[in-house]
Design a binder for this molecule. Structure first.
Ligand code: SAH
Ligand code: SF4
Ligand code: F3S
Length: 469
């Protein structure tokens, strides 16, 4: 079967769901029913939630920011760490009574957490009041599931073990007018031994280059200035496609789209960050000079246990090559503390990498045991007290470096894309430089979505304060 035939099949599926949306809209549109989506986890889930929102708005539900009052509550869940799951169970516990108060009230659960048998068993046993449960592979079926719930009155559980075809052309509602995320691939084949993502998001599959290109072109025509290309490991984009496309090819093509000012991408896996990719970033001004390059641990032996596919030296060599080739590049990363068997020496290697690379910022995580992953059954799980001490040292090291970098920017001039109002000061807007540095600057609210030239006047650990020039 050729790839294009696949796309035809999936377009048919989108049409089928669209017909159901029309039928549902007939019943729902005048009822004034509201919905609220709680999104947990990474940008993949955020993007999936935009699709869910697109479907619900098309049906005639009205979006509300009021979680407590919504008639239809959807939680798009994450399970990458245990805490993420506990949050959902906590929220569910408080919801049962709402059904009595509001006969229209419905709850749907979806996302990564639902792809685990153990979670489904718990929900079936202790949270029977949940109306609809679906997973990560069948979001586009939501209209069909909702129709089944409404017509039969039954509780609907539809979880697929794996994906079918990639369904294009779903309705979607973007959070911002001026920037957007775009999936370039789904799933992951890396099986890092601590990570649940490959089990809940399935095998790696890339979208056709042409489909991505057309989507980005349309977004730019609608006013989007910044695109974030998303995948669990963007560097392996194209591996399952027949046309030999690579991530660098894709970037090349997208960088030529007129009016597209900024291209970002995440996540890059250090094991296959190609020279071709570095060259591509240096060649195009609109590909941002900021790279998220998770290293997870600085210890070669822990990296091996993690199945990461590189050593400490490989990683540092790659960073040096990137820094040499891309002037002003900023790097960000993810780090796990307390992986089974981590010794003081292993941890000091992690600190050493942080000090050598000097990240702009780092997401630091305490290792969380995920049932079903190889690391969960490894011996030498690290005790909580040791982990806490290491974690604090790591956070301090990361913050000191970040603060030093931020203070060195005072007096510098940057172009910033203003994205939002500042959380701390309503007169200020916040935005980012090409290199991803967070900047607060005084500007009227209608400047959101605009580029402004600024001069840095002061610095904090995680952001800069600037004035317009
Ligand atoms: N695909 C991306 C990241 C996906 S998950 C990558 O490979 O970089 C985001 C981050 O969560 C990971 O980078 C890792 O640092 C963290 N993470 C994943 N599983 C974890 C676990 N079991 N415990 C703690 N942190 C974890
Ligand atoms: Fe998880 Fe590793 Fe895949 Fe990232 S590359 S999603 S950490 S298995
Ligand atoms: Fe993302 Fe969490 Fe799923 S990190 S892929 S939402 S498990």
């Amino acid at each position: 079967m050729s790839k294009r035939t696949n796309v035809n099949i999936t377009t048919e599926e989108a049409k089928k769901q669209d017909n159901i949306i029309t039928e549902l809209a007939y019943h729902i549109k005048d009822k004034g029913l509201t919905f609220y989506i709680g999104t947990f986890g990474c940008q993949m889930n955020a993007l999936d939630s935009e699709k869910i929102e697109g479907i619900l708005v098309k049906i005639g539900y009205i979006k509300t920011e009021n979680e407590k009052e919504a008639d239809f509550l959807i939680y798009n869940t994450c399970c990458v760490r245990e805490n993420a799951e506990l949050k959902i169970y906590g929220k569910l516990g408080a919801l049962k009574h709402r059904k009595k108060k509001n006969p229209n009230f419905m709850i749907a659960l979806c996302g990564c957490m639902m792809q685990q048998d153990i979670v489904l068993e718990t929900l079936k046993k202790s949270y029977k009041f949940v109306d609809i449960i679906f997973g990560t592979f069948n979001i586009y079926k939501l209209p069909e599931l909702l129709q089944a719930r409404i017509e039969t009155g039954e509780h609907i559980i539809d979880i697929w073990e794996t994906h079918e075809d990639i369904v294009e052309d779903l309705p979607s509602i973007r959070k911002h007018e001026f920037k957007s995320c775009v999936n370039i691939m789904y799933g992951c084949n890396n099986f890092c031994t601590y990570c649940i993502v490959p089990y809940v998001r399935g095998r790696e599959r890339s979208r056709q280059m042409e489909d991505i290109y057309l989507q980005v072109k349309n977004l730019v025509a609608e006013g989007v200035k910044e695109i974030m290309l998303l995948g669990q490991n963007v560097n392996s984009y194209g591996k399952n496609l027949e046309d030999g496309a690579t991530f660098a090819h894709l970037l090349e093509k997208i960088a030529t789209i007129e009016g597209l000012k900024r291209i970002r991408f995440m996540t890059s896996h250090p094991k296959d960050f190609s020279d071709e990719l570095i060259e591509c970033i240096t060649k195009h001004d609109n590909i941002c000079n900021s790279i998220h390059l998770p290293f997870q641990s600085g210890s070669t032996s822990i990296l091996k246990q993690m199945n990461r596919g590189y050593t400490k030296e490989d990683y540092l060599a790659l960073v040096n090559k990137i820094k040499k080739s891309i002037p002003n590049v900023t790097l960000t990363t993810d780090i796990i503390v307390g992986f089974p068997g981590e010794t003081d020496k292993d941890f000091s290697d992690t600190i050493d990498v942080v000090k050598q690379v000097k990240y702009l910022s780092a997401f630091t995580f305490i290792y969380s045991k995920r049932t079903g992953t190889p690391a969960a059954t490894m011996e030498n799980q690290i005790d909580e007290k040791t982990i806490k001490v290491r974690f604090n040292e790591l956070v301090n090291t990361v913050d000191n470096i970040s603060s030093e970098f931020m203070h060195a920017q005072i007096g510098q001039e940057y172009e910033v894309l203003l994205e939002d109002t500042s959380k701390n000061d309503l007169d200020m807007l916040s935005g980012r430089t090409d290199t991803g540095i967070l900047v607060h600057v005084k500007a009227p609210i209608n400047f959101i979505g605009e580029f402004v030239k600024v001069k840095i006047i002061s610095a904090k650990t995680h952001y800069l304060i600037a004035e317009r020039r």
